[in-house]
Ligand binder design. Structure first.
Ligand SMILES: Cc1cc2nc3c(=O)[nH]c(=O)nc-3n(C[C@H](O)[C@H](O)[C@H](O)COP(=O)(O)O)c2cc1C
Length: 207
């Protein structure tokens, strides 16, 4: 084989390897360490939607079932108080963690009830609303203290969402503006002990 042919073949091989590497990099989920370093608030999203599997994977990472009836997120006294509501322009579904299914709650777009100043969130294909059911802590714990625990539990689920989204290339931002809790409860059929905490718009990053 002459020298020119060897160089041409080597270049072709290198190109093929580069394509293979790029594909692998795009498809590979980031490690926890890489996701921690890459996490950032994303407020601009493309028009692309999420597949059902992509959504269910986010919900599992957020607070899905793990070993022995536990969840991916820890919770104070294992209350498992955080409930996830998937909100879109077409309605709301509740994430049934045990069966890993979605239960339709309403066809109403309730995002304006918790949007606050975050108008950008309407451009995200889905938003996950975190609500703590303070009843899960039991009657012996004073309401003020259980609300404190619920907020902490919500923060942990929030970080699960942020890190998982980052690891698979999705964009999100934790949002906790003042929300219209009474209206949210009314539309979703919740009681006074169910405390809306915060939400995560999620989509493919525009920037
Ligand atoms: C509890 C909490 C509430 C937040 N609420 C909002 C919000 O309502 N709107 C918003 O755009 N960003 C919100 N953020 C995102 C912060 O502004 C953001 O995390 C911060 O500026 C740091 O930027 P980074 O996430 O890119 O590191 C919130 C973050 C936290 C932790």
């Amino acid at each position: 084989m002459n020298k020119m042919k060897v160089i041409t073949l080597s270049c072709a091989l290198l190109c093929m390897l580069c394509v293979a590497c790029n594909t692998q990099t795009k498809e590979r989920e980031l490690t926890v360490r890489e996701a921690l370093a890459a996490r950032r608030s994303v407020r601009f999203y493309t028009n692309d939607t999420l597949t059902n599997k992509e959504l269910m994977d986010i919900l599992w990472a957020a607070n899905g079932p793990s070993r022995e009836n536990r969840r991916t997120a820890p919770s104070a006294i294992n209350a498992q108080d955080i409930n996830l509501y998937v909100c879109t322009a077409y309605g709301v579904s509740h994430y049934e963690a045990a069966s890993q299914t979605l239960r339709a709650v309403t066809e109403q777009d309730i995002r304006p009830l918790f949007m606050g100043q975050n108008k950008f969130m309407l451009s995200a294909p889905v938003t996950i609303l975190l609500i703590s059911d303070l009843k899960a802590f039991g009657e012996r714990i004073p309401l003020e203290y259980s609300a404190n625990l619920g907020r902490i539990d919500g923060g942990i689920v929030s970080e699960n969402i942020s890190l998982y989204c980052t690891s698979v290339g999705l964009g999100t931002v934790p949002c906790a503006p003042p929300m219209d809790n009474d209206s949210i409860r009314s539309v979703l059929g919740l009681d006074e002990a169910q405390l809306p905490l915060m939400y995560h718009p999620i989509g493919w990053p525009e920037n």
